[in-house]
Design a protein around this ligand. Structure first.
Ligand code: ATP
Ligand code: MG
Length: 402
């Protein structure tokens, strides 16, 4: 289907996007809506949009030229905050004009249907007819001019009508949106992203709750190759479609691991690595004005994710650590990774930094005091300084405007 260039004052084709108003506290609504409008503008910025504006409880998106609805659909499906959206037609603010315009469009599109239902929503309560009255009136008109019958329960075609103060829109299709809260509205968080299956899903979950996610990846280059870094770049590129602009910090971690491995016995190394990761991530978070760290941990999944070890690991920093996947099974995480299309990249083989200098069976029951004692033999400040001096920063933008 194609959306054509139309004059705003005639039967203009556009997209109407809806959000879940009930989920919003009244005072926050204007901020929510204006962020959603901005995010839609960015998401479609290279497709020739003329205007995106709030229209009484919904958002109207208008185009300059011909755009592919398939492309628009793919973009809007990734904009958090949209509950559902429809390619729509604008018509005059009269019931006669509306029924005629609907019939004309059904004929023009050669739409074949044996049953239909008219579903009206009034954003403007001052319209002379109520929603049921509009449904009945338009329904009778369509029935009279086609051979289709009305079926409210299981119609082949749904005709959606939306009444706002000066305009009426109608549409024949509805697509599900990504739901959630507009990206960027809840503040900055830093996600420790590994290139595995879990952390990209964790980042997605926080984006969906409105966070701007800044990514941090620890790598062991040149001790290991760059496959993990390449995967992370690809993952961030994919995830960036949900927040439109992203930053990825690559932190050199191999030297820290080497130094820890010289002084600390194998069973404790993973826990010490993780504590160093959190300390470094916290410094980056402070610099970025981020208020929490995110990990892809899920309880009991691997040795470092027992309750004992998570407690020991998180005690290294004073900053909230959000673990959106903590109660999920691997199967559930994999299902979500497939849905958000990070799975195929995540399962590509790599040389993950956590494999470096660690035994097959690390200790699962470490205690804070015991670990703090072991840390006395390493120079934490010096290690952090070196890692932060070697930071590399990558930027991602979506859609690509070049
Ligand atoms: P993932 O699939 O996200 O790699 P995992 O089940 O393999 O998770 P671990 O390897 O124990 O679990 O990592 C737990 C969490 O620690 C990860 O989800 C991620 O948030 C963080 N993490 C692990 N390795 C790295 C890394 N190299 N860089 C950044 N964060 C990491
Ligand atoms: Mg991993």
């Amino acid at each position: 289907m194609e959306l054509k260039n139309e004059n705003l004052n005639s039967d203009g084709k556009c997209v109407i996007a809806h959000y879940h108003e009930v989920a919003l506290k009244k005072g926050n609504r204007p901020r929510f809506v204006s962020r959603l409008v901005d995010n839609i503008k960015v998401s479609l910025s290279d497709l020739g949009i003329r205007d995106v504006k709030a229209l009484m409880g919904r958002i109207g998106i208008f185009f300059n030229g011909t755009v592919s609805m398939e492309e628009v659909k793919q973009r809007l499906e990734k904009v958090f905050g949209i509950a559902y959206f429809s390619p729509a037609y604008r018509t005059s603010h009269s019931i006669e004009g509306t029924e005629k315009a609907i019939l004309k469009m059904l004929k023009a599109k050669k739409m074949d249907f044996k049953s239909f239902a008219v579903k009206t929503k009034r954003g403007f309560k001052g319209f002379p007819l109520t929603s049921p009255e509009i449904n009945a009136r338009v329904g009778a008109y369509i029935k009279e001019h086609t051979s289709a019958k009305v079926d409210l329960k299981n119609p082949e075609l749904s005709i959606f009508i939306e009444v706002i103060p000066k305009e009426i829109f109608f549409s024949f299709e509805r697509f599900r949106g990504a739901s959630g809260i507009p990206a960027g509205i809840s503040g900055n968080v830093c996600c420790l992203i590994s290139g595995g299956i879990d952390s990209p899903v964790a980042a997605y979950r926080l984006m969906k709750r409105g966070c701007s996610v800044i990514f941090i990846h620890f790598h062991s280059y040149p001790y290991l190759d760059k496959t993990a870094q390449d995967k992370v770049m690809e993952l961030v590129k994919n995830l960036n479609a949900y927040q439109f602009s992203s930053k990825l910090y690559l932190v050199p971690f191999g030297e820290i691991q080497r130094e820890i491995s010289v002084t600390v016995e194998p069973a404790y190394r993973v826990v010490l690595y993780r504590r160093m990761m959190l300390r470094i991530a916290r410094e980056i978070a402070l610099k970025e004005g981020a208020r929490a760290l995110i990990t892809g941990e899920s309880l009991g999944q691997v040795a470092s994710q027992t309750l004992d070890n998570m407690t020991t690991i998180e005690s290294a920093v004073s900053m909230p650590i959000l673990r959106p996947l903590i109660g999920m099974d691997k199967d559930e995480i994999i299902e979500e990774a497939k849905r958000i299309k990070t799975f195929d990249t995540s399962i590509m083989p790599d040389q993950d930094c956590c494999q470096l200098f660690v035994p097959k069976h690390p200790s699962t029951r470490t205690k804070v005091r015991e670990i703090e004692f072991k840390e006395r033999s390493i120079d934490i400040d010096e290690m952090m300084k070196k890692a932060l001096d070697g930071l590399e920063e990558k930027r991602f933008f979506y859609p690509k405007t070049s």
